[in-house]
Design a protein around this ligand. Structure first.
Ligand code: BG6
Length: 478
């Protein structure tokens, strides 16, 4: 007997970049691992006038190259049998009749997933047209790809429009960082190990750093990126989710709404930033030409007078019993010295004067290494009682046997199984927008130009100064 959930996955934006680079390759991985119901069907839809054979040819040329593991021609061919294609223009109601006909012609439609991998401007109309043809019943889940709006107002509007046709329990808002095992790992790390949670607070922790650094520049996405910037692209979503995982109280349970309630409380406790705070505690910057890379302002399709930030660093504070007074330093940027996503907990070093100056550290590296490492002090060999630092490392990728799925594969499987906890709830998303809005508004008015940093460096001097003022330093300077 097969226990896997049967499904019809309707993939809007099927010929787009995300579908080709991530969604289709990750569906293949789930298929190859035997984790998809054999009857499960993938229906690619987009405006492109293709038939199924034409779509399969495109997948062959654009998606297959992104499958780096577990590939076999035989498996690939069996995967392709799940796929069909239909031309649908989101703005054409008649196209949705055809779509509904095709979906309903299935014997088994108890689980229909509509994945909107399109620009958010299409979400409203797509949902209205789905509802108009009856594709919004209890058996339908709708997946909304990031970015969900460009500010609080547009995000509220999309959420309200979607809510006219779908219950909140049918809506899966993607933040692919929530699909990363190394982020989810923080929950058992904290709550299943007796020696972490008791020190996970202001009495023991001096500061927290959260970094997402990328080596790539804006590549061919300049048009999107210049209208977006690092704050909207990375902080409003991925970085605030990482912060929530570090800072949340023990959730009542691990189920959908309890986890989301715990994260929501963190977002609500974030200290709002006034214009004066922003001037002092938020740094925006752009990369300049170095190491053979063009500067941001020289990139193709970037206006020469653009003020869009390719880097942002923020000192955030959480106003609650656990974290009062502990700075949370967030930073992210393009064209930095390394590609990494990392959380660093710096513990207080003033707790015992027998060994002053022994700063313990816990580093959770989410990528590229997926490790949890602690800096602990041991006795220096010899006649002295000096303490010296050593690193204890848990390598998550090798600590346990078995395949580690990529974020999108895990998330797609969660949607198929109808589990909501790794997706953003409406209030959570809006609370995150609420917190970043004052920064966006202040920057729009500010006469002060972004700072600069050389491509390939660790960011602007101003970000180093931000920590130095508090007697702290970014990990690479510690
Ligand atoms: C996306 C951003 O959400 O995340 C991109 O739009 C960024 O600009 C990407 O490159 C980073 O994801 P990851 O998983 O490579 O860290």
């Amino acid at each position: 007997m097969n226990k896997q959930t049967n499904f019809d996955l309707v993939l809007f934006g099927a010929t787009g970049d995300l579908a080709m680079r991530k969604l289709i390759p990750n569906l293949y991985q789930a298929h190859a691992a035997g984790l998809l119901n054999p009857e499960g069907r993938i229906l690619g839809v987009s405006r492109s006038k293709l038939d199924t054979a034409g779509f399969l040819r495109q997948i062959e040329s654009d998606a297959k190259v992104h499958i780096k593991k577990n590939f076999s021609e035989e498996m690939w061919n069996s995967f392709l049998k799940r796929i069909q294609y239909l031309t649908v223009d989101v703005t054409h109601r008649a196209d949705f009749d055809k779509l509904a006909e095709l979906v309903k012609a299935r014997k088994n439609t108890e689980n229909v997933i509509v994945y909107l991998s399109t620009a958010p401007t299409f979400f409203t109309q797509a949902c209205a047209n789905l509802a108009a043809v009856g594709l919004n019943g209890k058996n339908v889940r709708v997946v909304l790809e990031k970015p969900l709006g460009t500010d609080l107002k547009s995000s509220q509007k999309i959420n309200a429009d979607v809510a006219e046709h779908f219950e909140e329990s049918q809506v899966y808002r993607i933040d692919h960082y929530l699909g990363k095992e190394s982020l989810q790992n923080l929950i058992p790390l904290r709550f299943a190990n007796v020696f972490f949670e008791p020190v996970w607070n202001k009495d023991f922790i001096k500061s927290v750093q959260i970094t997402i650094a990328e080596q790539l520049g804006v590549e061919e996405r300049a048009e999107f990126y210049d209208a977006t910037g690092a704050l909207r692209d990375m902080v409003q979503n991925h970085m605030l989710q990482m912060l929530c995982f570090v800072a949340m109280e023990r959730p009542k349970s691990l189920a959908g709404d309890d986890m989301r309630d715990a994260k929501m409380k963190v977002l609500k406790a974030l200290k709002p930033l006034s214009p004066a705070d922003i001037d002092v505690n938020v740094i925006r910057a752009q990369y300049t030409a170095a190491e053979g890379h063009a500067g941001y302002l020289e990139e193709h399709n970037v206006p020469a007078d653009s003020r869009t930030e390719t880097y942002v660093a923020i000192k955030a504070e959480i106003e609650n019993e656990r974290w009062q007074g502990v700075p949370f330093y967030l930073r992210t940027g393009k064209r930095l010295a390394a590609k990494t996503a990392e959380i660093v907990l710096n513990f207080r070093e003033d707790l015992d004067d027998l060994f002053p100056n022994t700063p313990n550290r816990l580093i959770v590296n989410m990528q590229p290494r997926e490790t949890v490492s602690t800096c602990v002090f041991i006795k220096e060999p010899g006649s002295s009682m000096n303490a010296m630092p050593v690193e204890m490392v848990i390598d998550l990728a090798h600590a346990v046997e078995g395949r580690r799925a990529e974020a999108y594969e895990l998330l797609l499987r969660e949607v198929i199984d109808g589990r909501l906890s790794r997706f953003n709830r409406r209030d959570e998303l809006e609370a995150a927008w609420e917190w970043v809005m004052p920064i966006m508004e202040h920057w729009a008015k500010s006469p002060v130009a972004p700072h600069q940093y050389a491509a390939g460096s660790w960011g602007p001097q101003a970000a180093r100064d931000l920590l130095a003022k508090d007697n702290n330093a970014w990990l690479e300077d510690q």
